[in-house]
Design a protein around this ligand. Structure first.
Ligand code: HEC
Length: 163
């Protein structure tokens, strides 16, 4: 946007087109990050569901990479603040408070820590069911907030919960 405004002599229509391109570029990048998150989840589930894979010692790496990738789309506090903003724009029929969103954010943050710990434990005990459950809980915690958002504003993880 700074670029669009900085270029002198651009008509407003052209400036708008430049801005729309930036929005599309941002969305494309966001979708790439979402794909990376999905892929880590799918890779963990694949390892859990298939014994004796060549790379079956990658559970901790995938769990940590999921958390690191999540960090690319803003800290959890940003998700909570944006959630409150979006819901208010949409009328906030349920009367959710900012504190309730902060709690959902804290729970999601905690679930990611539990998942990473579960991945370490999996390396020792190969308890696939517990690891699946830890992954489920992360996605449930993301969905607990995302599901309250107006359609189209946040990625939907529902399809990743089934296994
Ligand atoms: C407290 C509410 C809340 C929680 C919990 C939450 N999110 Fe979000 N998330 C949001 C909101 C709101 C947005 C949209 C932000 C925007 O576009 O302004 C968002 C956007 C995103 C995006 C897209 C980023 C972008 O730039 O558009 C991704 C990816 C994402 N969330 C992943 C996750 C994951 C993974 C989790 C769980 C580990 C999670 N979120 C937990 C509220 C939440």
């Amino acid at each position: 946007m700074g670029l669009a405004l900085g270029v002198s002599g651009l008509g407003s229509v052209q400036a708008e087109e430049v801005e729309q391109d930036v929005a599309a570029d941002n969305l494309h990048y966001r979708n790439l990050v979402v794909d990376i998150l999905r892929t880590h989840v799918e890779a963990m589930r694949w390892i859990l569901d298939h014994e004796n894979l060549k790379y079956d010692d990658n559970m901790v790496r995938h769990a940590e990479a999921f958390v690191a990738t999540f960090g690319m789309v803003g800290p959890m506090g940003w998700h909570a603040a944006e959630a409150f903003k979006y819901l208010n724009q949409a009328g906030n029929a349920e009367g959710m408070t900012e504190a309730q969103f902060n709690l959902l954010a804290d729970q999601s943050h905690a679930a990611m820590k539990v998942m990473t710990r579960a991945a370490h434990r999996y390396m020792r005990d190969r308890d696939a069911a517990s690891m699946h459950q830890a992954i489920d809980e992360v996605l449930t915690s993301c969905n607990a907030c995302h599901a309250k958002m107006p359609a189209g504003t946040v990625p939907d993880w529902t399809g990743l919960m089934e296994h």
